[in-house]
Design a protein around this ligand. Structure first.
Ligand code: ASP
Ligand code: MG
Length: 416
């Protein structure tokens, strides 16, 4: 008997009708004779609403109490979903993270899973029950409820798939899979049938908010196939799997676009060892994630540094930067919130050259100025003006022929 882990996101369980549809979908798999572990997120916007609720009470709520509060969202979903399954005469049981044996460290709000005690899970599965586990939560050794960071239900699902040796971890969402570009921007965007873990990791970190990046890392580490698909459609979605050599035939698999970017610059920093270290460690201490960084070459003993952060961190970043400016005797701190990032992703870039220059030429032909560039082995990202983002994504999609069914549609993923 194979075991399948299915994860349903908040939009899939947003109301009673949807919860009933999800129950039906789960039962379909159960009927085929599979064991099923279901991981579910808080319904709709519950987590955001709980966050806002707390903000009305206190500015900086205690992290332990925040976890207590946020974990309630998932607890509602598991109970409702189990009821919906039982209403259809199938046996189900809901389990909180703690009941499911998900042990974490004690870093509230972004805890790491340290181990999973599978005894209870296995016992319930043996009874033939569908086990419905609350995503995004666990319990620390001090027996406090912890949460795993936003989007953490994905991590719960992958971790359970790993320890229970599931055949596949299905991620059900409100889109049909991962697309070659954001379909709201490019109407010709196509669903990608197969992606490698590395490509998915790049996409997850680049504003393609289909899956939490940490969960993809875990899937890669333990080689668990992910199947990202729609809750409301029958068709297959995107399978994320180990890289096979023919994946490299496709140079660019997809384009990610991210307008949640702001560029911060600091000018006339002293050019001496330790300055960048101090700057970025102070930002790190404030939990500010820095994305692209550019340092200009030094002149007259000073240089300039620019970097990008998420817009939600703008205020915090400026406060920190102004302190650093005084401390280090830099000249000026300024920002540009009208920027966006466009990225090309593809494992084929490892073996094909000329992708960067082609990307730059395409943008140049459209008179789109590139403000920052960063690359990895399988990605090229450019920061451009936000007003040019739509145009850039569309033209890159076209010129890299992502609209022609060349993408990884026909790749076989037979594991080598
Ligand atoms: N409910 C949590 C969140 O909104 C976890 C999740 O959805 O995966 O971030
Ligand atoms: Mg989610």
């Amino acid at each position: 008997m194979t075991l399948i882990v299915q994860k349903f996101g908040g939009s899939s369980v947003a109301d009673a009708k949807k919860i009933k549809a999800v129950a039906k979908r789960i039962i379909k798999i159960r009927k085929k004779g599979h064991q099923v572990v279901v991981v579910v997120s808080a319904t709709g916007k519950t987590t955001d609403e709980l966050l806002k609720f707390a903000a009305k009470i206190i500015d900086n709520p205690c992290k332990r109490e925040m976890d207590m509060l946020l974990s309630a969202g998932e607890q509602i979903s598991i109970a409702l979903l189990s009821m919906a399954i039982k209403a259809k005469k199938y046996d189900a049981i809901s389990l909180t993270g703690a009941q499911a044996g998900i042990c974490t460290d004690s870093v509230h709000n972004k805890a790491r899973i340290t181990r999973i005690k599978t005894k209870k899970l296995k016992k319930e599965l043996k009874k033939g029950r569908i086990v419905v586990v609350a995503g995004f939560q666990g319990i620390s050794s001090g027996e406090d409820i912890t949460t795993l960071g936003r989007g953490g239900s994905d991590l719960t699902a992958v971790a359970l798939a790993v320890v229970l040796k599931a055949k596949v971890c299905e991620i059900y969402t409100d889109v049909a899979g991962v697309y070659t570009a954001d379909p709201r921007i490019v109407k010709e965007a196509e669903k990608i049938n197969y992606l490698s873990f590395d490509e998915m990791l790049e996409m997850a970190g680049l504003g393609t908010q289909v899956m939490q990046a940490r969960s993809v890392e875990m899937a890669k580490k333990f080689n668990i196939d992910l199947h990202i698909r729609s809750t409301f459609l029958r068709e297959k979605g995107t399978i994320v799997t180990r890289e096979v050599s023919c994946m490299e035939d496709v140079v660019v698999s997809g384009i990610a676009s991210d307008s949640d970017q702001v560029k911060i610059s600091i000018t006339k920093l002293p050019d001496r060892p330790g300055v960048a270290a101090q700057l970025f460690s102070e930002l790190g201490e404030k939990d500010i994630n820095v994305d692209m960084i550019i340092q200009s070459s030094a002149r007259d003993g000073v240089n300039n540094i620019s970097f990008t952060v998420s817009r939600t961190n703008l205020k915090k970043t400026l406060e920190t930067m102004n302190k650093i400016k005084k401390k280090l005797g830099a000249k000026e701190v300024f920002y540009d919130a009208q920027v966006a990032k466009v990225s090309l992703i593809g494992v084929g870039m490892r073996s094909h050259s000329g992708v960067a220059s082609k990307m730059f030429s395409i943008l140049a032909a459209e008179k789109i100025n590139i403000e920052m560039i960063s690359t990895s082995e399988i990605r090229i990202s450019c920061v451009i003006k936000e007003k040019n983002l739509t145009k850039a994504v569309r033209v890159l999609h076209k010129k890299f022929k992502l609209d022609q069914k060349l993408s990884k549609k026909n790749i076989s993923t037979k594991k080598s």
